[in-house]
Ligand binder design. Structure first.
Ligand code: NDP
Length: 597
């Protein structure tokens, strides 16, 4: 008798046991430690936040994204040759997208499905892809399951190769969408839109660019992304650094070589320890002679445990499988009748307290993980994040913490202060100079700026930011009255999701429905009705600031670096389902909510 065993069936990546870091906080689950334990930790969180705020009371203005003059080189595209000169474009298209990332691609796909022929993408980079065009640093990957993050999987008949997709796979998916929906035909790359002006007489948008174009379009979709413009911390002397330096989103393989062999005799420094740096650090650590990590606030690092997609599972997927996942995600966990009653009977304060306590337990598990992995005690202590889960973007990487056990990796923990000085040799902290050959700025991006690089003038010539001077005013973050036929994606007053592409697809579907409505009803323009705009502003205000959570968080871009901001100038904090349901309801009465011309 043979004793060969049947091989164990592969775990279906989508059905594997949940990663502990992804647990949902459950207000029905009481915690088991005395409240005093949680209060003490919460107090430490508050001290860590206050320390950072004391160093940087200026909030967002600690950063600059004005990358001109000496700083202009931080925005140069290392992935494309310098643009060739071309004649200005002066034609008219029906739909024009400012930006060629996922927002544009998934909306354009819906427009094609509705019969729109004339679609142009105008993109600053040398190809479509947005985030995934620019961010090509070593280790770049997405932290959301690929089956959820990559859009249009049903339509593209594509199943990602593993639970988490890496940057090149995502970029290739973007290109495949552009090919499948013929979006390259009219696309214009290496071109930045600088002005978008409504011509009321012609009922067209006139679009000026940095290449001297003056294009026209019936509809304009601002698809410039949520985190697209690199920003730098304002550090004294940074322009005097004589080594080589670049921003994480402009990772320069011309300098490092594709296999990073160009770094083997180099001393590298990286400023920042956010989601980008967490992916870069372990890979550069292996390639560099020495790596100095300049940390201001540690990220929370959880288990990644990526798995390849089971081909049998993939082959058995039925059409519409991704749509079903998206709807399930939007509905959230399904509660039993008893759970619903228990939840309704739980006092609000107790609900918040339990959520906070569970959050603290989660963060203490993150701390234990650091202790288990990082050998040097002082380094381990410095890598522990002291804030609530999701005050900052949580990270998932199995190689980050072990990188600090390497003899060539050095953590320079600034305990909240940050690097404030760079001289010709490198950063200076606490009186010590750190001479470097290469300095990487992983200091993030401008957040959710609609008219980035661009000036948007609607009816009466009013610039969009002038309209917003007394507070943002939109419907769903997408329409703003006085800006007919203009649609904004990924801006404030919209829902914000960890899986951004679900949210963008919801917006893209809505925009395509609106354009279809205009076309099918023989109209030329659509604009938000003032009453609907007021209703939405009120709805945003009503749903913001329900708890002190944002204020209590350590500063970061999620809470405007600790600045207090007007309640209407942020994301819509009703649920994603509520956002979607409102949209569906509005579309049942289009002529009540919009003005058509
Ligand atoms: P972030 O804005 O998240 O991080 C910037 C980092 O720079 C922070 O650690 C910040 O510290 C630090 N910093 C700023 N100034 C200084 C200074 N003077 N000295 C030392 N440190 C400094 O940018 P990222 O590019 O990392 O990430 C941006 C977003 O992009 C993420 O939140 C995520 O949404 C997305 N992303 C997603 C990825 C994924 O799915 N895996 C990967 C990469 C990015 P402090 O915390 O104290 O402010």
């Amino acid at each position: 008798m043979s004793d060969t065993k049947e091989p164990a069936p592969p775990v279906r990546a989508a059905d594997r046991p949940p990663v502990p870091g992804r647990v949902l906080f459950d207000p029905l689950r009481p915690v088991d430690k005395p409240q005093d334990y949680y209060d003490r930790i919460k107090q430490k969180f508050a001290e860590a936040r206050d320390l950072r705020l004391s160093y940087r009371p200026e909030g967002r203005s600690q950063y600059t994204s004005d990358l001109t003059g000496d700083l202009a080189r931080y925005e140069i595209d290392p992935h494309a040759e310098a643009p060739e000169s071309r004649d200005p474009i002066t034609d008219t298209v029906e739909c024009l997208f400012i930006g060629g990332g996922f927002s544009a691609l998934l909306t354009a796909a819906r427009l094609r499905e509705r019969g729109v022929q004339s679609i142009r993408i105008v993109e600053r980079g040398g190809d479509v892809g947005g985030t995934w065009y620019w961010n090509r640093y070593p280790g770049v990957a997405c932290d959301v399951s690929a089956y959820d993050y990559l859009p249009l999987l049903d339509e593209m008949n594509y199943v990602p190769g593993s639970f988490y997709a890496k940057g090149p796979e995502i970029f290739a998916h973007c290109q495949a969408i552009a090919r499948r929906y013929d979006l390259y035909d009219l696309a214009v790359f290496q071109t930045t839109v600088t002005s978008t002006t409504w011509d009321a007489k012609a009922k067209l948008w006139r679009i000026g660019t940095d290449r001297g174009d003056m294009m026209s379009a019936r509809f304009v979709i601002c698809a410039n992304g949520t985190l697209s413009k690199p920003k730098l911390s304002k550090i004294d002397g940074m322009e005097r650094f004589e080594g080589y330096s670049f921003h994480s989103s402009r990772f320069d393989y011309n300098y490092t070589n594709d296999d990073l062999s160009g770094l083997q005799d180099k001393v590298i420094g990286i400023i920042g320890t956010g989601a980008s740096a967490v992916q870069i650090i372990p890979r550069v650590a292996k390639a560099a002679k020495e790596l100095y990590v300049f940390q201001r606030t540690p990220s929370a690092i959880d288990i990644r445990d990526d798995t390849a997609t089971d081909p049998q599972w993939a082959a058995g997927l039925q059409p519409g499988w991704q749509r079903e996942r998206r709807e399930k995600h939007m509905r959230g966990p399904i509660l039993t009748e008893q759970q619903k009653i228990d939840l309704a009977n739980l006092p609000r304060e107790e609900k918040i307290r339990r959520q906070e306590n569970q959050n603290i337990e989660h963060m203490m598990r993150i701390h234990r993980r650091v202790e288990e992995i990082v050998q040097d005690k002082a380094t381990a202590e410095a890598l522990k994040p002291w804030y609530m889960h999701r005050c900052k973007r949580p990270c998932y990487d199995d190689e980050y913490l072990p990188a600090f056990n390497r003899p060539n990796v050095h953590l320079v923990d600034t305990n909240g202060r940050g690097i404030t000085e760079v001289n010709k040799n490198g950063p200076v902290f606490d009186g010590r100079e750190y001479p470097l050959d290469v300095l990487i700025y992983a200091t993030g991006f401008e957040v959710q700026v609609t008219g980035i690089y661009n000036e948007i003038r609607g009816e009466n010539g009013l610039e969009l930011n002038e309209k917003y001077a007394d507070g943002m005013r939109t419907v769903f973050g997408i329409h703003s009255q006085g800006y007919p036929n203009l649609f904004i994606m990924g801006g404030y007053q919209a829902s914000f999701q960890f899986n951004l592409t679900f949210m963008l697809q919801t917006q893209g579907d809505h925009i395509a429905d609106c354009i279809q409505y205009v076309r099918e009803h023989g109209f030329t323009t659509i604009d938000a009705a003032p009453e609907t705009e007021q209703w939405w502003v009120d709805e945003v205000i009503r749903n913001r600031g329900k708890t002190n959570r944002n204020k209590e968080c350590t500063p970061g871009y999620y809470n405007f670096e600790g600045e207090s901001n007007r309640r209407q100038d942020g994301n819509y904090n009703g649920s994603f389902l509520q956002y979607y349901t409102h949209m569906t309801e509005v579309k049942k009465e289009m002529e009540r909510h919009f003005r058509f011309g």
